[in-house]
Design a protein around this ligand. Sequence first.
Ligand SMILES: [Zn+2]
Length: 212
Amino acid sequence: MTVESNKSLKQKTDNLYDEYSINTTEEKQRSESFMNAVKDLIELCGDDPNRHGFEETPFRVLKAHLEYTKGYHSDPKDHLRKFFDVDHDELVIVKDIEFNSLCEHHFAPFFGVAHVGYIPNGKITGLSKIGRMVDGYAQRFQVQERLTNQIADAMEDVLNPKGVIVFIEAKHMCMCGRGVKKRDSHTTTLATRGIFREDATQRQEFLSMIKY
Ligand SMILES: [Zn+2]
């Protein structure tokens, strides 16, 4: 590696530290040791971490993981707190909210769509706010079941609706890419609160409206 590329990598690393408020010596040392661990991993896998092509890989792996998990830096419920008082008590559905997340067991991506339905009880929120709230929970180390429940709980806590239903369909790279090799399998999860928990007809209406 040349001195020149070293310098620019240092600059990029400093910029990353600024962006994610990695300020203390301890935090910076932790970042350094993580990047060294990535080199060790490359070697354990059987490649040469010092070969051409890997120069910035440890830095990029760190940067990518900070990006994937930036949901930790905010409270996703805050997005929903911009609500309106509206006299509407019929089912509202936001369909096909795309998300990307990271499985906490393998650090492998899982991604798909969330469908969120609720029956308001005087309060509605902007439709785009629901998408931002979903991102806030998806951009963490997750399991799909918890993600589904956190979305339902956020809707319930902030909007206090008559009912909430959340349906997620996702593809898990840890299932697709490893030994299991189930390339086309999807995982679906459902969380219900309030009226959707008690009333099968309401659940059916939601599921038919999202065409599942
Ligand atoms: Zn996994």
